[in-house]
Design a protein around this ligand. Structure first.
Ligand code: PEP
Ligand code: MG
Length: 602
């Protein structure tokens, strides 16, 4: 067996409330539970169950298909004197052209972010400095082409890792490109998602971004990986595609090719010997397509705005198509990433307008630039900081480069004036009352009157009362709030069991934020991944959250579970979760009190 059973410790989502008061008025104090909440169902006796971290809810059964593994490190023997090193070196460029062309062809079959991802990997495969360095190792050190590629790619990956954060993730892409090049050079099968006619459960050590970009939900019923955490690329994509997923399954060796297994992406389990009825039920549930009718509420009619997290214009269109009531978190970083300097105001206005245009008359909460930590940007961050997650990130970058925030607020104001969306603005990483005052004042100078804060730092949660006396609203970023409350790097798979918003300490901070919101009659939403877990969504609503913002794919499931649960029950379950002594106990108590989850296969 591998790691302990864990909750769907999701990563991102945001919120945004309405005008001055939360929908349905300020939250009331929580009541003690009126009904027993029961214990989690134990796995059937005799069943062999692997455990990992559930990161994308849902159940699915199918035969295991293992991702073809890369060939590994080539031998380092030198080339004999009779070998033409120039011809050997030339093979690297030929292999690169082949890999790059294959990736570009795959890119042409998909859209948006997935296409960009594949195009980026294709570019990396033909990166001149990588190819030059590998060729030199052949001609100078007389290494075979495959070995030279291995070493040259290793050096590039080390440089990315040394940069840390977002750049460090590039090391994974370099390794992927390296493995593809070596496969072509040695005639081995190119690593990747197996091509099958029948749907399957994909099992892998880890998925490269280029693999995830090509996942077809019609073929891949569930994903199981040995590595990765709740905020890993695999987890985020699995949620976006609605594929049940469990990561951190250290015992995945038991998942042999062709074996039929049942994956529960909420419980984080893989049943190695599911009975036929369970397999049939999973298939029936997977066939049910839920849609979101466009307005969130509890069973007794308490409104909860269900909004979307959006990262670029294509995401905004997808969110509108999925029926999102608005945008609870518009991450503006896409406009700034991979650039040596900030984009012009005009460029920003154009980009923001495209997103606003997808939601005429609807609320769109724009987050100002969240640079630093996992998203270093040369014009505002210092990549030499020893602890970038605790450094100059989020709003703090305005201390170093106030003009970048000023230009962005100017662009947001112009975009808002040109479109009909109801624009709210919020700052990431607010930690103090004076920071709030300054941000609200800056927004006001640009005519942006609905200015709020993200609650991502525990100090902001504890000071929610005075902060919300100044700000119009708060949106809790549970990804960072969990990271900082638990002192667990959100990117670290090995700490995944700490990085879940089911941790009662995190829920208490959410409760404290809602208390501050209620005192000031200000709406509090959630825009971290916690909002996309239907069971956690119930808890958040019970704690007083008035809007939930999530990946569009999660809207229908969250709406269905909320729609089957009345507000009083939400409060009881919230109380049980907050009073629990561990994340597992909190999650188990809530799930046991929500039979609708099982009915819906969640
Ligand atoms: C969060 O921290 O929960 C959040 C929504 O922001 P991001 O994931 O972009 O840091
Ligand atoms: Mg954050």
């Amino acid at each position: 067996m591998s790691t302990e059973q864990q909750g769907t410790g999701a990563p991102r989502a945001a919120t945004a409330p309405t005008a001055a008061a939360p929908a349905g008025g300020p939250p009331e104090p929580l009541n003690p539970p009126s009904a027993p909440l029961g214990a989690p169902a134990a796995p059937p006796a005799g069943a062999t169950v692997l455990r990992g971290v559930g990161v994308s809810a849902g159940q699915a059964a199918g035969p295991v298909a293992r991702l073809s593994e890369p060939a590994g490190e080539p031998a380092s023997a030198r080339l004999g004197d009779d070998v033409d090193v120039e011809a050997e070196a030339a093979r690297i460029a030929e292999a690169a052209a082949e890999v790059s062309a294959a990736l570009k062809a795959s890119a042409a079959t998909v859209e948006g972010e997935r296409r960009e991802l594949l195009e980026t990997t294709a570019q990396m495969a033909s990166d001149r400095s990588l190819l030059r360095s590998a060729a030199k190792k052949v001609t100078t050190d007389r290494l075979p082409a495959a070995r030279a590629t291995w070493e040259a790619a290793g050096e590039v990956a080390d440089k990315f890792r040394a940069l840390g954060g977002y750049m460090a993730e590039r090391a994974r892409d370099v390794a992927d490109v390296r493995d593809r090049l070596i496969a072509v050079l040695t005639g081995a099968p190119v690593p990747g998602v197996p091509q099958r006619d029948e749907p399957f459960v994909l099992v892998a050590r880890d998925l490269a971004p280029a693999d995830t970009a090509l996942l077809d939900p019609a073929r891949v019923r569930a994903i199981v990986t040995v590595e990765g955490g709740p905020t890993s690329h695999t987890a985020i994509l699995a949620r976006a595609l609605g594929i049940p997923a469990v990561v951190g399954v250290t015992d995945a060796a038991a998942l042999t090719e062709g074996r039929v297994v049942l994956v529960d992406g909420a419980a984080g389990t893989i049943d190695l010997a599911p009975d036929e009825a369970a397999v049939r039920r999973a298939a029936e549930r997977a066939a049910q397509v839920r849609t979101f009718a466009g307005s969130g509420q509890t069973a007794d009619g308490h409104p909860v705005a269900l909004l979307a997290n959006v990262g670029d214009p294509a995401g905004a269109r997808a969110a509108a198509d999925a029926g999102a009531e608005g945008v609870g978190l518009f991450r503006t970083e896409f406009c700034f990433l991979d650039r040596g300097q900030e984009p012009s105001v005009e460029e920003q206005v154009t980009a923001y307008r495209t997103v606003l245009a997808a939601f005429p008359g609807r609320k769109v909460v724009i987050r100002t630039l969240d640079a630093g930590a996992d998203k270093p940007m040369p014009f505002v961050t210092d990549t030499q900081e020893a602890n970038p997650a605790l450094g100059v990130r989020g709003l703090r970058t305005a201390r170093r480069a106030p003009e970048v925030l000023e230009h962005q607020l100017e662009a947001i104001a112009q975009a808002a004036a040109a479109e009909s969306a109801d624009v709210w603005v919020m700052a990431p990483m607010i930690a103090t009352v004076p920071e709030t005052e300054e941000f609200v004042a800056s927004c006001a100078r640009h005519g942006l009157t609905t200015a709020g804060v993200m609650v991502e730092v525990p100090s902001a949660a504890l000071l929610a009362g005075p902060i919300l006396a100044r700000a119009a609203f708060a949106s809790i970023g549970t990804n960072d709030l969990t990271q900082y409350a638990m002192a667990a790097d959100r990117m670290l798979g090995s700490l995944a069991e700490l990085s879940t918003s089911w941790q009662p300490a995190v829920l208490r901070l959410v409760e404290e934020t809602c208390r501050g919101g209620a005192q000031q009659s200000r709406p509090v939403g959630v825009c971290g991944e916690a909002a996309s877990d239907p069971a956690l969504a119930v808890v958040l609503v019970g704690l007083g959250v008035s809007s939930l913002s999530m990946t569009p794919r999660a809207l229908a499931d969250v709406a269905a579970v909320l729609g089957a649960t009345d507000l009083q029950r939400c409060r009881e379950l919230a109380r049980a979760a907050v009073d629990a002594e561990s994340a597992e106990a909190a999650r188990a108590a809530v799930r046991a009190g929500l039979p609708v989850l099982t009915e819906l296969g969640l």
